[in-house]
Design a protein. Structure first.
Length: 132
């Protein structure tokens, strides 16, 4: 028989599922940024799509960041404490890139957002390497 799942198991699986969802959304943000940078969508709608993609990424990575301390308390610490630094990078990279593009008045907002999405993906890769 299969033993019942504990709270620790459920939290760890939820944290992992949110990380996978964040990777999928971050890849979508990179795609949206590249589409915008290529000029495929020329209306003001592209900026709205970029902002919605970044918002979705913030929601998913924020949810993972909220579950993280629960995993810390119930399951135990991550393999390396740099996990917390990479979590902050994953959470902040795309919105910061978008803010930099806006502050500069850049016409290449999509490219900035694509780079922010790539940094998020790199941080997520390191998160998987430093987790428990």
């Amino acid at each position: 028989t299969v033993p019942p799942m504990t709270l620790a198991d459920g939290l760890a699986q939820l944290h992992l599922a949110l990380a996978v969802a964040a990777a999928v959304v971050a890849a979508g943000v990179v795609g949206l940024g590249l589409v915008d940078a290529a000029g495929v969508i020329t209306t003001g709608r592209s900026k709205r799509l970029l902002d919605r993609g970044i918002l979705a990424l913030l929601v998913v990575t924020g949810a993972a960041a909220i579950v993280g301390p629960l995993v810390l308390m119930v399951v135990g610490p991550p393999g390396e404490w740099l996990h917390l630094v990479y979590a902050a990078a994953a959470l902040a990279a795309a919105p910061v890139a978008r803010a930099i593009a806006a502050a500069r008045g850049s016409s290449r907002t999509g490219a900035w957002v694509a780079v922010g999405g790539l940094v998020t993906l790199a941080a997520l890769l390191r998160l998987w390497g430093t987790g428990g």
